[in-house]
Write a protein that binds this ligand. Structure first.
Ligand code: IVH
Length: 680
């Protein structure tokens, strides 16, 4: 794409770090700094660099870690056939290169591909044995997913039995929330003052992750289409274009059974021109589709030929996703206001003339920080370009500097809009902050909202609107106050009647037993996102232990660096923080200790952190990882001083060198098997 050139390994590593940084901002903090388009462009540069310099590819590169971790609370299932991702194309020459490559691989001049919709939902795999639905699994990291059978059984379109003599059928598809249901769900949440889902995919993911299938059954609208076959015994289908008819004939949901589609959303294509024409058609009907899509997929129509070409570690070589760009629109920027976050960070917000974009009306968009406003020279009254990638908060991509009668450049106010405290800014940071941590009402409200919100205890029926009312009426100042609320207290608030008061109190009651990890997250310690909270909970086991641990202890935890360690240590030595923690415990909040992983006491791999490199001849990596975990050890990707062993198979990579350099013990396959012992 030629946006940026990466010439040296150091530049490559810097790019990896940059992408991880944006990844974290996007997924963990929901505070992206760059547009989806800009992010995709960085990833494309990275992929191109890795194609040109395979010797640089690092195991910690963002390209090597697609997908999510299995969900907490669900059993882990190893996929018999991995759930790979798709190679992406944004430009015609990338499609042409793909078409030519597959022709070359199969020694053919022309090939038939099947074009279909790229759904923006969650991939699932469903297994039918002798006609009976026996298991449904999320994609997880592609090799190990979560068992969500009970949840998938609540989706009424998914049959529990299919009428077929087929012994084993594993189908792949997508669970999603149609746009109408998404809007209905958000309208309900808004009424209750709960945080809104940013997009249908998050809403569907949030619903599928519900541990209690009865709760899920109450959420209407989640549905599913199947588009692929991963295993079939005996083999019944040889062409991708027959997959839908076949699955449909078995009573499985496919696009054929989906009502309200403006036209048949798939087509057999024979050339790159056909591919382009298909994507044009789909793009033109995209706004009228009853669900979200983010592109189209082209799959080699002959399944037999497709299976004759082995996939790369990430994706099949015979399919490609053509991604639609983010949708954009121009509108007027009415004014720039500022918002105070829970940690005091001040974010400028664009107040826009309402405009329709990707199916919803947009009137606000984030401007991230003052530097960003200046870099893009965005001024009140400008015409601005708004972008909504498949999701999240809309962003201001650019402003029209030729707008007549432009206003003066915008500046951050000098004082906090909520408490009038002069704002401060650290040299190295881009953000201005309100330093009044304990006295700023907005910070308190935001912290309370975080505590009850999706990243905190996720308390049902309590959202930011209610938190604001509780705070403004002097009923709640600290999280622990919530647990002392009575019906009478709640009745003093406008619009709260018997039923809603009962709902709120039962929501609080139900939230009193969070996992330790969830409680740590809810407490809102600086730099602590879900991953860190999990590591802290697993390493410490109890709140008492967290208080005893030193900075060095925290740094000793895999994945926790100095800055995070000292933030956690500071928090657990801060008198106000500890007082609130004690108040929470006294109010009946009892964290559940992390589930003990089985450990074989005295086994050399118990509590060991192990890195695998090269190919083992006796088992796959996934099996090796499972067996190590069964002994109580864990498998990580990077060799560090904290690594206990590096296990080396055939043609090892640079990890072996690194292990030698750091003096980490190295095991060859025979030694590894010996230590593993008879544990399978
Ligand atoms: S085929 C390797 N077909 O895209 C084959 N995937 O990037 C992958 N997706 O995890 C599955 N629509 O969630 C396939 N028509 C479609 C799809 C589709 C959406 C998603 C799926 C997968 C991801 C791969």
């Amino acid at each position: 794409m030629g946006v940026r050139k990466v010439e040296t390994k150091a530049e490559y590593e810097k790019l990896c770090d940059e992408i991880w940084h944006h990844n974290r901002l996007y997924f963990q903090e929901a505070k992206p700094e760059i547009s989806d388009g800009a992010f995709d462009a960085l990833v494309t540069v990275l992929e191109e660099t890795e194609r040109d310099h395979p010797e640089w590819v690092s195991p910690t590169s963002p390209t090597q870690r697609v997908g999510e971790k299995p969900l907490e609370g669900f059993a882990e299932i190893v996929h018999k056939e991995p759930m790979l991702s798709l190679e992406k194309a944004f430009q015609v020459d990338e499609l042409t290169a793909f078409y030519d490559r597959v022709c070359r691989l199969l020694d053919r001049n022309h090939l038939e591909f099947f074009g279909e919709l790229k759904m923006d939902g969650l991939a699932i795999s469903a297994i039918y044995q002798n006609g009976q639905l026996v298991q449904a699994v999320t994609r997880g990291d592609g090799h190990v997913g979560s068992d969500i059978t009970q949840n998938v059984k609540t989706i009424k379109e998914v049959p529990l039995r299919i009428s077929s003599d087929i012994e084993l059928l594993e189908v792949r598809g997508e669970v999603f929330l149609p746009t109408k249901s998404f809007e209905r769900m958000n309208a309900e949440r808004e009424k209750e003052g709960l945080a809104l889902w940013a997009n249908p995919r998050n809403a569907a993911a949030g619903s599928l992750k519900l541990l209690d299938p009865r709760e899920l059954a109450k959420r209407e609208g989640l549905t599913c289409v199947f588009y692929g076959i991963a295993q079939q015994t005996p083999v019944k289908v040889h062409k991708q274009h027959q997959v839908f008819q076949f699955l449909h004939s078995l009573g499985l949901p496919t696009w054929i059974s989906f009502k309200g589609l403006p036209l048949v959303p798939y087509r057999l294509v024979k050339s790159v021109d056909d591919m382009i024409s298909f994507q044009d058609t789909i793009k033109s009907i995209r706004p009228s589709l009853p669900f979200a899509i983010d592109g189209v997929v082209f799959k080699l129509d002959s399944l037999d030929e497709a299976s004759s070409i082995p996939p790369t570690i990430k994706h099949p070589r015979t399919a490609i996703a053509w991604k639609f760009g983010a949708e954009q629109v121009w509108t007027r920027l009415r004014e720039i206001t500022v918002q105070v976050g829970r940690t005091g960070v001040i974010t400028p917000v664009a107040e826009l003339e309402p405009v329709e974009l990707a199916g919803s009306t947009i009137s606000r968009a984030t401007l991230h920080n003052e530097d960003e406003v200046h870099r893009k020279d965005i001024r009140p009254n400008d015409m601005v370009l708004i972008e909504k990638g498949g999701d999240v908060i809309p962003k201001v991509v650019a402003s029209d500097h030729t707008t007549p009668n432009r206003a003066a450049p915008w500046h951050m106010p000098k004082e906090c809009p909520a408490c009038n405290t002069p704002l401060v800014k650290d040299e190295e940071e881009v953000a201005w902050r309100c330093p009044n941590r304990t006295g700023c009402p907005e910070q308190t409200i935001r912290s309370l909202a975080h505590f009850v919100g999706k990243d905190g205890l996720d308390i049902e029926h309590i959202g930011e609107k209610l938190i604001r009312a509780l705070f403004e009426n002097g009923l709640v100042k600290h999280p622990s106050d919530l647990f002392h609320l009575t019906k009478e207290n709640l009745f003093t608030l406008e619009g709260i009647k018997e039923k809603s008061a009962e709902n709120i109190l039962s929501g609080l009651q139900a939230a009193k037993n969070p996992s330790l990890e969830t409680l740590i997250m809810a407490l809102g310690i600086r730099y602590v996102g879900t991953g860190t909270a999990k590591r802290l909970a697993e390493a410490a086991g109890t709140l008492d232990r967290l208080q005893e641990m030193s900075c060095v202890d925290f740094e000793g935890i895999e994945g926790i660096g100095h800055e995070v360690a000292s933030a956690v240590h500071d928090a657990f030595h801060d008198s106000l923080f500890l007082a609130e923690l004690t108040a929470l415990l006294k109010a009946g909040v009892t964290p559940r200790p992390p589930e003990k992983r089985e450990v074989i006491v005295g086994h050399p791999f118990a509590h060991a952190s192990i890195v695998l490199t090269g190919t083992l001849s006796s088992m796959t990596r996934t099996e090796a990882a499972k067996r190590i975990e069964a002994c109580g050890g864990s498998v990580t990707d990077t060799v560090s001083k904290k690594t206990s062993y590096v296990v080396v198979g055939e043609s090892p990579g640079s990890k072996l060198e690194k292990a030698r350099k750091l003096g980490v013990p190295v095991l060859d396959e025979a030694e590894f098997l010996k230590l593993l012992g008879n544990t399978s």
